[in-house]
Design a protein around this ligand. Structure first.
Ligand SMILES: Nc1ncnc2c1ncn2[C@@H]1O[C@H](COP(=O)(O)OP(=O)(O)O)[C@@H](O)[C@H]1O
Ligand SMILES: [Mg+2]
Length: 251
């Protein structure tokens, strides 16, 4: 049901060698919401996101998905998680030698779908969701930056996940194209009931799309609240972050 706890992280700790990145993060993701993760560069947001779908295992703490602990599952057992959660990576990299359709079909083929009709149907549905109907035969090189991002998003939703993770989906986009990504994320949440976790530095987008925001600092979840609460906050850490990441002053 919308609003129930979908995923819960408790006391997540992660180090790489001597470098402590996460010091005990607590995070709840609710079904159907758009949760935005904010924080300084290098603060561990991507590392945290990778724990959500089992790409990294914590040194301490637990990740629970729909009531089941997933932070100690083997690669094979994780296929259950990967069906539910997909990730649009920071680079959003497409295979340049493959058509749009082949790029979008890739995760389905990896999952063992072979029937050409089913592949074509599901690719076309995914392209429709990202408003790229009929672009199946284009090559990535022929697309604008915004369209490439949308193909990457189509690839993330083609397996019909119930949750999509976005690592800086606005990076490298002009504001208008960034806005179109915001609309798509909202469509996925509101029309398709998908749960969304978004890392972004675009404060304007973050405030517009988020149901809730979590600010990470020093390897911990430092603050959490709604867009209105963030705008009203007098905490100098938050005020500075917002001011430093706002191109426009229309907050
Ligand atoms: N696989 C890895 N091996 C070693 N260090 C890593 C690895 N992944 C991330 N780090 C380090 O963890 C820190 C946090 O990285 P990251 O989560 O990417 O930050 P951000 O908040 O910008 O997304 C960085 O210092 C990064 O170099
Ligand atoms: Mg990152």
């Amino acid at each position: 049901m919308k609003g129930e706890v979908f995923l819960q992280m408790r006391g997540i700790k992660k180090s790489f060698g001597d470098q402590v990145v996460l010091r005990g993060v607590d995070l709840v993701v609710k079904r159907g919401e758009i949760l935005v993760l904010l924080g300084g560069s290098g603060g561990g947001k991507t590392v945290l996101m990778k724990h959500i779908m089992g790409l990294l295992q914590p040194d301490g703490g637990t990740v629970t998905l729909e009531g089941r602990v997933i932070s100690d599952l083997s690669e094979r057992e994780l296929s259950w998680v990967r069906k539910k959660i997909s990730m649009m990576f920071q680079s959003g990299a497409l295979f340049d030698s493959m058509t749009v359709a082949e790029n979008v079909a890739f995760p389905l083929q990896e999952a063992g779908v072979k029937d050409p009709d089913e592949l074509a149907r599901r690719v076309s549905e995914a392209l429709k969701i990202v408003r790229l109907e009929g672009q199946e035969n284009k090559m990535p090189a022929d697309l604008s930056g915004g369209m490439r991002k949308r193909v990457a998003l189509a690839r993330a939703v083609v397996g019909e996940p119930c949750c999509v993770l976005y690592d800086e989906p606005h990076a490298g986009l002009d504001p208008v194209t960034g806005d179109s990504i915001d609309h798509l994320i909202k469509d996925l949440a509101h029309d398709h009931g998908i749960t969304n976790v978004v890392i972004t530095h675009e404060i304007r987008s973050a405030l517009r799309i988020a149901d809730r925001l979590v600010f990470m600092k020093d390897g911990l979840n430092y603050w959490e609240g709604t867009p209105d609460e963030l705008k009203a906050s007098k905490d100098p850490v938050l005020v500075n972050f917002v001011a430093g990441h706002s191109e426009d002053s229309d907050l």
